[in-house]
Design a protein around this ligand. Sequence first.
Ligand SMILES: NC(=O)c1ccc[n+]([C@@H]2O[C@H](COP(=O)([O-])OP(=O)(O)OC[C@H]3O[C@@H](n4cnc5c(N)ncnc54)[C@H](O)[C@@H]3O)[C@@H](O)[C@H]2O)c1
Ligand SMILES: N[C@H](C(=O)O)[C@H](O)COP(=O)(O)O
Length: 350
Amino acid sequence: MKRLTIAVSVGCPSGIGPEVAVHAAANAEAEARCVLVGDTASLWRAAHDGKIAASRLRVVASAQEIEALALGEIGVWGPSTQLATPAQPGAPDRKAGAAQLAWVNEALSLVQDGTAAALVTGPVSKLAIATSGAPGAKGFSGHTEHLAARLGAREVVMAFRAANITTALVTTHLPLAEVPAAVTPDAVATSCYWLVRLLRSLGMEAPRVAVAALNPHAGEGGMLGIEEETSIKPGIERANERLAADGFFAQLSGPLGAETAFRKQAAGAFDGVVAMYHDQATIPCKLVGFGEAVNVTLGLPVIRTSVDHGTGYDIAGTGKADPRGMESALALALTLAKVHGRASLTAGAS
Ligand SMILES: NC(=O)c1ccc[n+]([C@@H]2O[C@H](COP(=O)([O-])OP(=O)(O)OC[C@H]3O[C@@H](n4cnc5c(N)ncnc54)[C@H](O)[C@@H]3O)[C@@H](O)[C@H]2O)c1
Ligand SMILES: N[C@H](C(=O)O)[C@H](O)COP(=O)(O)O
């Protein structure tokens, strides 16, 4: 059996990231060799609290040591940045913000240098990172934007996959007031294109995709907004042209009222929905799949998935955190790595 290494940045050490990461790594498919990147003391405490034998955690410091991990062993990346003072569950310390960002970058490096096949990220505090003063942290608004900038990705699309909802966003971490201007034909086309690519990677040869409207009732013939005519319809046309040029077939429908698009997808009429803004996608997705939905970044030169939930400070260290989101994130990363190899869903690769 060929095993693939998945590098996992564990997220805020005062949140539920370390516990869900250790738990999910302990239950991961045999083909996934997990290497956790975070504060070692927090990881050992999470294993102890989660009743996972400490003997299953092994500190590794090189690609060779990772390769040598036995079935059932969980790698802990020894060169990870360490905290100067122990993290307190549920009591985030902004000083840990720099470490959270460092772990993302360190786990990414393992993918970039070929040691790992995919990156899975645990939940971070955006505020702690953005205010940490660490190089590259100012203005941190999420992994999606950070990874795109760090990797020089020309296009990046945030997507979520739950049991019966798969959705890609046209805009991500943006104040709502700035959304209409950001819903451009190009942005709509990019999101449609990458959602089709994701669905194809998951085995759908001719995905059926609904493109949501921005305005109530799809603009009601212009009475309730014009973006459907000025941006979304031209965006769908551009997406169809790009997909055809790349030899990909898909049925793009829309703009459809967002409520209709998601309701029909949940009922099986569509394989995916393109959403115009963050909460238009995350509310339905997390309503039906919270705790097990996966956040996946499309367009990067690496495979990156993540949990759909946040740092859960109110339950950190209590044993209440549901690890299924991290388990699903590991499983999707493994699936994509098997389909694409390390090269990921990059433009040009099919
Ligand atoms: N992938 C990420 O890095 C990511 C994702 C979402 C939010 N965040 C960040 O997390 C912080 C807190 O955000 P929030 O309060 O909006 O969302 P949250 O997901 O942390 O918490 C919302 C509620 O859901 C519960 N919850 C979350 N995960 C759970 C799990 N696995 N099992 C059981 N219950 C769970 C929490 O206890 C809380 O009551 C913010 O800083 C936000 O930016 C990070
Ligand atoms: N938008 C995500 C969610 O709602 O779950 C979350 O904020 C994390 O986003 P990044 O993957 O960009 O950090």
